[in-house]
Design a protein around this ligand. Structure first.
Ligand code: FAD
Length: 502
């Protein structure tokens, strides 16, 4: 064996990030010794319930059976996010997963839809989306393709209980040899020669030593920040919300197969349906709203009885200047934070793990390798940041200084270029392999009422009747496919009900 290989990994923290890392490494990295240190006394953030479809790849990588995972985590299925009151009060649009309509010739569906909308022959965009059509009818099924039509099937993710997901991952990881150490870390021992972390020191004096350390200790970044002083890049001038109030509630009806993001005066509210309860939260900007006012707005807008006292979480949006410093790689909240508007935090953990596996170091911790990882992570964070900013910036609300501030603020050049390009002729340009695909951008840009000056001239090749027929066919196929799916609640009851639900 090449003796420069890493053999000992220490994961600091046992929240979603820590146990995802433990499950992934123990599933893929063979001979590694993996130890995870966490403190029950400190606990975890414990929110983080909505995901995006890529989570299915992660679950497949660790060998999780999907029905078992749904049962054990109280999950429901998620087909997208409904945004209410974002552009203007009264608006509603969905960012649904999966493709919408189908391309024709060289043009994407979106170009025909822009023409169709301008000429009054196109229905709302969601009528051509299987995800949105099924979501609005509370239907769900596993449908890889719509048979005999060339249309993609259903793309889906999950809403789950974050604490149950961590417990589920812990069972898998420990089953594969990961050693868990309970205890509060009170110190860090550094290697005098290169400044690397050599060991973490627990309250009882025990030292846990390793070669590679994965910092999953949450917002404070015990190793990456407190020990190595990597620095944090603050993005709150673009994303000024800095607090969330969270409260679970009883389910008030059948679970929606989608997340809701409802804009309020100085922020927005999430509703995330699980099998056994609904997760609710109000993300807001403390410059405009006190915590008591924010809690009152949230409690006035939940659908079932509150099951606990509201609790406050404080955060600063931004990212660690380097996600990997020396022999420490930060994942999860230790690496940065983007508010949960597009459910991307758990994805960023998954992404960090995938990049770490791709750049897995030797004991020399080659600087070029670390640099490549850091550039990649920055790109991933920044593109998602731009997408989240778009929702705030492109608003027409006149009811509060918060929305005026978001509308008037300078935005990153990378986002300004995208919006300008779209405004001209509805064109979209996916930047490399950034997370969100064109149709995701399209749904949000049009949902936030940005209207392009025109469409691509090739969309004019169809006559008006041909165009209307094209839309009619797709709408009929989509509506038919959605109506053949079972009710979301029935699908869960039949395949993957958690104990409380069976
Ligand atoms: P934590 O959960 O904070 O875990 C930190 C761990 O480190 C704990 O085990 C703790 O015990 C341990 N630790 C810390 N200090 C020490 C010490 N001194 N000694 C020993 N152990 C220590 N993400 C999504 O994808 N979708 C969502 O819908 C979503 N909603 C969110 C809503 C809000 C309001 C917030 C704040 C976050 C949300 N997130 C969401 C993000 C998500 O919660 C986190 O990405 C995820 O929980 C990962 O957290 P973590 O494991 O990094 O940190």
């Amino acid at each position: 064996m090449d003796d420069s290989r890493i053999t000992k990994v220490v994961i600091v923290g046992g929240g979603t990030a820590g146990w995802m890392a433990a499950a992934a490494l123990s599933s893929t990295m063979g001979e590694l010794s993996i130890r995870l240190v966490e403190s029950d006394a400190i606990g975890t953030v414990g929110v983080g319930e909505a995901t995006i479809p890529a989570i299915r790849l992660f679950n497949a990588m660790i060998g999780a059976d999907e029905n078992e995972f749904v049962r054990e985590t109280g999950s429901t299925f998620k087909l997208g996010i409904e945004f209410r009151d974002w552009g203007r009060i009264g608006d509603s649009y969905m960012h649904a997963f999966g493709q919408i309509g189908r391309s024709l010739g060289m043009l994407p569906f979106s170009q025909y839809w822009l023409r169709g909308r301008a000429e009054g022959v196109a229905a709302p965009l969601g009528h051509y989306s299987l995800g949105e059509t099924a979501a609005r009818r509370y239907r769900f099924g596993r449908l890889p393709r719509v048979a005999d039509t060339g249309l993609d099937g259903m793309a889906y993710a999950f809403h789950f209980d974050a604490a149950l997901y961590a417990a589920y991952l812990r069972k898998i990881a420990q089953g594969r040899g990961v050693e868990r150490h309970e205890g509060r870390i009170v110190g860090v021992r550094r290697n005098g020669a290169n400044g690397h972390v050599a060991a973490v020191v627990l309250e009882n004096g025990e030292e846990i030593s390793g070669e590679l350390f994965i910092d999953c200790s949450g917002f404070r970044g015990l190793l990456i920040e407190e020990a190595l002083e990597t620095g944090f890049e603050d993005w709150s001038h673009w994303l000024p919300c800095d607090r969330a109030i969270a409260v679970p509630s009883e389910n008030a009806g059948p679970a929606r197969p989608y997340t809701q993001a409802i804009a309020h005066r100085s922020g927005w509210q999430w509703r995330i349906p699980l099998q056994h309860r609904t997760g609710n939260g109000h993300v807001f900007c403390s410059d405009y709203l006190s915590e008591d006012e924010a809690a009152a707005i949230l409690l006035a807008n939940i659908e079932g009885r509150a099951l606990a006292e509201p609790r406050t979480l404080r955060f600063t949006t931004g990212m660690r200047k380097r996600g990997w410093t020396g022999n420490v790689v930060a994942l999860g909240l230790a690496s940065g934070f983007l508010e949960p508007l597009e459910s991307t935090s758990i994805h960023l953990i998954q992404n960090g793990i995938a990049r770490l596996l791709a750049h897995f170091p030797g004991r020399d911790f080659d600087a070029a390798n670390i640099d490549a990882y850091n550039r990649r992570i920055r790109f991933d964070y920044e593109r998602i940041r731009d997408f989240v900013i778009l929702h705030y910036h492109a608003n027409q609300r006149s009811d509060s200084p918060f929305w005026a501030r978001c509308r008037d603020m300078a935005i990153p050049d990378t986002l300004a270029r995208k919006i300008d390009l779209f405004r001209s002729h509805g064109q979209l340009f996916r930047d490399g392999d950034e997370l969100f695909i064109d149709i995701g951008w399209f749904q949000v840009l049009t949902g936030q009422n940005i209207v392009p000056h025109g469409h691509h001239p090739m969309a004019d090749a169809l006559t008006r009747d041909e165009l209307a027929g094209f839309f009619r066919d797709i709408e009929t196929i989509v509506a038919g496919a959605a109506s053949r799916l079972p009710a979301h609640q029935d699908f869960i009851a039949q395949h993957c009900a958690a104990g409380v639900f069976a």
